[in-house]
Write a protein that binds this ligand. Structure first.
Ligand SMILES: *[C@@H]1O[C@H](CO)[C@@H](O)[C@H](O)[C@H]1NC(C)=O
Ligand SMILES: *[C@@H]1O[C@H](CO)[C@@H](O)[C@H](O)[C@H]1NC(C)=O
Length: 425
């Protein structure tokens, strides 16, 4: 063979060898994927079955430390108040709760799954665990299939929100406002009124964030508008999960996680809707007037003290009996409440233990109950609106802290009104 020919032969051989190597690699990644698919098997549900009726919960406080990455690394204690408030019975969520508490006792609580592998793909298991699963409204079925999904990816972030700035120290109050991607007008009205970021009397700094999920694929594409809005106002947080009523618990949980990471030094957090009116100066004076011990454990708003699940399938907040059986602990209407930021870490940690509940206000109350904290009622919070004849009365508004629900126009009118120097009450 001439040198030229042998060169060609060598080249061909090398190419063949390389192709062979690539195929090997592809095969490997493929089988790796298959393995990951198998991991999707819903282990927690099988565990729930196993522990269903033999999980004995001692009324003592339970202690455990997690080894998951920050900021979960904190011991969780579950107060006996929780097991006193929520009966142990056959309903699915009740079983999940007691199974999780049992696992916590034995320190074998499982780490939550990756976002990409959390959806329940095996509906058969849900059908086995819940005899009438197929008769559930599709929203609740969706909730159940995604209820192990935690820590959604962030699409729009504001990592510098709470960084110290000139002319004011730490954030005293952080407004975390639940909004929907399309609610541009509501957000703008809030920015121009009670949610305006400023430093109030005696240097109290207020900051504002709007919490958004993703619009569904059937909705118009709002991406460009949202990106403009977020660049202009720097107050949008958006996560990659479907925006829906029954995903508000997920939203709250994602926000808790975000705050622990990005705003660890705030004093109070307000959680509420984008259609409420808040009298920010009144809220600040109230928060400032608190005794330190109370300020450290605050969960305040309008308390709904004797409530239970609504059993009418047509209701927005319908909860089937086979899903949850028992009363709700006293909770605060999600229209707006304030909690001490010092509770956020514990709240987040306990939310790794207590299974998600479809109604976010109830879920927060359940978690706080687990921390031994009960809601505090304040008559300044009117989440069910005020009497008809007072709705135009500025003096009544000036004396309140929160009123649900007001249109963007009404917000502007009220805000201007209560700040008018001509107002004499
Ligand atoms: C979000 O909801 C839409 C229907 O509106 C559905 O097609 C899509 O699969 C959902 N996305 C996820 C991640 O569940
Ligand atoms: C919540 O969001 C997740 C992720 O997008 C989705 O799979 C699930 O269906 C949503 N749940 C509800 C009740 O819409």
């Amino acid at each position: 063979m001439r040198p030229f020919q042998s060169l060609i032969v060598m080249f061909l051989l090398t190419t063949l060898f390389l192709i062979f190597l690539t195929t090997l690699h592809l095969e490997k990644t493929h089988s790796h994927r298959l393995e990951q698919k198998d991991l999707r098997k819903p282990r927690i549900i099988q565990a729930a079955e196993k522990h269903t009726f033999n999980a004995t919960i001692s009324p003592l406080t339970k202690q455990v430390s997690f080894l998951s990455p920050k900021p979960d690394v904190v011991g969780v204690s579950v107060s006996s108040g929780l097991t006193q408030a929520i009966p142990q019975n056959k309903a699915y969520w009740n079983r999940l709760l007691y199974s999780a508490l049992g696992q916590l006792d034995k320190k074998e609580l499982e780490h939550h799954r990756l976002w990409s592998h959390c959806r329940e793909v095996n509906q058969e298991l849900l059908k086995t665990n819940i005899h009438d699963f197929t008769s559930y409204p599709s929203m609740i079925q969706d909730f159940l299939m995604a209820m192990n999904c935690k820590s959604p990816p962030l699409l729009v972030n504001q990592p510098y929100k709470c960084v110290r700035s000139e002319g004011g120290g730490q954030t005293f109050l952080l407004f975390a406002i639940k909004s929907r991607p399309g609610n541009f007008e509501q957000r703008q009205a809030v920015r121009e009124t009670w949610g305006r970021e400023e430093v109030f009397q005696s240097g109290l700094r207020v900051r504002t964030l709007f919490l958004l999920g993703s619009p569904s694929s059937d909705d118009p594409d709002l991406g460009a508008l949202l990106s403009f809005e977020s660049k202009t106002f720097k107050d949008i947080l958006q996560w990659d999960f479907n925006e829906s009523l029954l995903n508000l618990t997920l939203k709250m949980d994602a926000f808790l996680h975000w705050t622990l990471k990005n705003c660890p030094h705030v004093s109070f957090v307000f959680s509420g809707d984008d259609d409420v009116f808040v009298n920010t100066p009144a809220l600040l004076s109230y928060l400032q007037s608190l005794e330190p011990s109370k300020a450290a454990q605050l969960y305040v708003g309008q308390v709904i003290s004797t409530a239970g699940p609504l059993r009418d399938p047509k209701s927005k907040y319908y909860i089937p009996l086979s899903f949850y059986d028992g009363p709700y602990p006293p909770y605060i209407g999600g229209g707006g409440f304030v909690i001490s930021a010092s509770l956020m870490q514990q709240l987040y940690s306990i939310s790794r233990v207590i299974p998600f509940f479809p109604i976010d206000d109830v879920y927060i109350a359940i978690c706080l109950k687990g921390l031994g904290i009960s809601p505090e009622s304040h008559s300044g919070f009117q989440t069910f609106d005020i009497s008809e004849q007072d709705r135009q009365n500025l003096c009544v508004h000036k004396g309140l802290i929160l009123i649900h629900r007001r249109s963007p126009r009404e917000l502007k009118k009220l805000w201007r009104g209560i700040h008018s120097p001509l107002l004499t009450c």
